[in-house]
Design a protein. Structure first.
Length: 207
């Protein structure tokens, strides 16, 4: 399994993470499970364990602080990866969650009373593309001296195409998250019904 090699890791969005922020009523457990399922369906797996059965934990860190009155603050990290299709490249996504002021609240929907979460969630997503072939070239005594030429002639166009592919999927992911939280989006295509029913209830939206 390829590991993150900082030397050959291309940060798709530079130093600025893609961010989604929501503050209102929502079901954090349902969002956690739905996002996890979305990533699995798109062939992402645990960056620490690699591909294989059961390697879908994603979570590398979980921190919780409970203040007076049971108000919670959470810090969660996910690290996922997947190989590019038919290319010597690997995609990575880093998720950093921060939830503030989480408390329990009651909401009535369709005549049914539900106990849900109230608070603020901020999710930062950073995408990376790792150029695995560069390590192979550097480890070859013969090809090492032609590394720059080989990289440019054989891989440069492919890398550019894959950057766009990773960007498109990350953009799709961001829009899925915004759709879950009923946030405003700007889509260049006609949207279909969300496969994952939203369990967020922004107070400014009426049923």
């Amino acid at each position: 399994m390829p590991k993150k090699n900082v030397k050959h890791l291309f940060p798709l969005f530079g130093f600025a993470a893609m961010r989604v922020k929501y503050k209102d009523l929502f079901d954090i457990k349902d969002f956690y499970e739905s996002l996890h399922e979305w990533l699995q369906e798109h062939d992402w797996y645990d960056a620490e364990e690699g591909s294989g059965v059961g390697n879908d934990r994603f979570e590398t860190y979980y921190g919780e602080r409970i203040a007076q009155g049971g108000v919670k603050e959470l810090w969660i990290q996910w690290r996922v990866m997947k190989p590019a299709n038919r290319a010597p490249l690997t995609y990575y996504l880093d998720f950093d969650w921060h939830c503030i002021g989480l408390t329990k609240a009651d909401v009535v929907k369709e005549g049914r009373k539900m106990n849900v979460d109230k608070g603020e969630i901020e999710l930062n997503i950073r995408a990376y593309l790792q150029e695995n072939y560069k390590s192979d070239l550097e480890n070859s005594p013969f090809l090492k001296q032609f590394k720059d030429i080989v990289s440019k002639r054989l891989y440069q166009d492919q890398v550019e195409r894959r950057k766009k592919e990773l960007y498109q999927e990350t953009y799709e992911l961001q829009n899925w998250i915004k759709q879950f939280f009923k946030l405003k989006r700007y889509l260049p295509y006609e949207e279909t019904k969300n496969f994952y029913p939203s369990k967020a209830w922004p107070s400014h939206l009426k049923d």
